[in-house]
Design a protein around this ligand. Structure first.
Ligand code: BGC
Length: 384
């Protein structure tokens, strides 16, 4: 028990040291490390609440899906941190069903939510329900994904989404020695969901780094598929990605050619790509391509250790939740939350004041430092 406590205390200390900008973190932040497959427990959070300004206020938290580990952690962290401040939390997942998310938001409005936190499924599909929230005087904070085409969004807490793509591109550039003139390498591209602004920004950041090498012939996209509409993956689906990778392999790589690099924007997509490669006879350690990813899911971390995946982007969901909660608190208290970007996130109606956290590229060389030493996962979770 003592050892467990020590682990939690040191995890909390590491967390308060972890960078997400340089701002001081709010006082009530000493949560335990999240479990890999379930949201962090909120049980311990309800007792002493020195800053429990939220009493009597209900916060609706709308999350897209439980099919990916990150959103389970995001929801769990948000619930825990809001409850620590005395808020009542209505946390809903919509299982990637746009209409379900609309209904969930309608219910939150009807049930008297004081503020809505929304990670959308389709970022343009919530315009009407968000207008209802605005009419009812309910502030809205966009969580991780920008809410598009609406003026009914007050703030946005996210990671530097273009920076995620830049980091993926730079990882490939460095690992493949592109700057040193190495190549040519065969490469295929996957992008995220077309209805998610993050997917577009990531893609832009990644191509900004890699396009010069396509132009010089040091990277060769054998399929020729590089435009967003062709390489995108609706709802970031693993199955869709697997199917597309199977098609890419059979149409372009069946005649002795090997694919050297596969750009994946999400760990779930990386699993689909890896399954297709295995199905086509590729073996880890033998001509297995460099595969990127995003989210530092537990499975991805294990795959990085075993060589099945090369890299992922670590977006510390604890830090994002912390930032988002301070936005909720500020907006309800009528004060100005900390923001560090007032230019980038134009949703076609307004530029949404944002706080961007810093994504970190992780591969086998810094995985322990970034994911274990920070308390995100325990060493035990990464075994087996
Ligand atoms: C998030 C990513 C995530 C993806 C799929 C994006 O909006 O920014 O972190 O990998 O959705 O869930």
């Amino acid at each position: 028990m003592k050892r467990l406590l020590a682990v939690f205390v040191s995890a909390a200390m590491m967390l308060s040291l972890a960078a997400c900008g340089s701002s001081a973190s709010p006082a009530a932040s000493s949560s335990a490390a999240p479990s890999a497959s379930a949201p962090a427990s909120s049980a311990a959070a309800t007792e002493s609440k020195p800053e429990a300004s939220g009493a009597g206020k209900k916060i609706g938290v709308a999350m897209p899906t439980q099919s990916s580990q990150r959103w389970i952690q995001d929801g769990g962290n948000m619930k825990e941190k809001l409850e620590e401040l005395g808020y009542e939390v209505d946390l809903q997942y919509a299982e990637d069903d746009v209409q379900m998310q609309v209904s969930q938001l309608e219910n939150m409005i009807t049930n008297g939510a004081s503020c809505l936190v929304v990670a959308s499924i389709d970022s343009s599909a919530l315009v009407n329900v968000l207008a209802q929230a605005k009419a009812a005087g309910i502030p809205v904070v966009a969580y991780d994904r920008l809410l598009m085409d609406t003026d009914a969004v007050d703030y946005y807490a996210t990671f530097d989404n273009k920076g995620v793509g830049t980091a993926i591109g730079q990882y490939i550039e460095e690992k493949m020695g592109l700057k040193e003139g190495k190549g040519p390498y065969n490469i295929e591209f996957f992008a995220g969901s077309p209805d998610d602004n993050n997917a577009h920004m990531l893609n832009a950041g990644m191509f900004e780094v890699l396009q010069p090498y396509l132009d010089s012939g040091k990277l060769v996209c054998v399929s020729g598929q590089t435009d967003f509409d062709t390489i995108c993956t609706l709802r970031w689906s693993q199955e869709t990605a697997q199917q597309r990778m199977e098609n890419l392999l059979s149409a372009n790589y069946s005649t002795g050619k090997d694919v050297d690099i596969v750009v994946s924007p999400f760990d779930g997509i990386s699993y689909g790509i890896a399954a297709a490669l295995e199905g086509a006879g590729y073996k880890v350690g033998e001509k297995w391509p460099l595969i990127t990813g995003q989210d530092a899911e537990l499975m991805a971390a294990k795959n990085i250790l075993s060589g099945k995946q090369s890299q992922t982007i670590f977006k510390d969901t604890r830090v994002l939740a912390e930032k988002c909660v301070t936005m909720v608190q500020a907006v309800l208290e009528g004060s100005q939350p900390e923001i560090n970007d007032t230019e980038t996130y134009n949703n076609n109606v307004k530029v949404v004041p944002s706080y961007l956290c810093t994504p970190v590229s992780v591969d086998k060389d810094n995985l322990t430092e970034m994911l274990v030493d920070t308390g995100y996962y325990t060493a035990d979770q990464l075994k087996g």
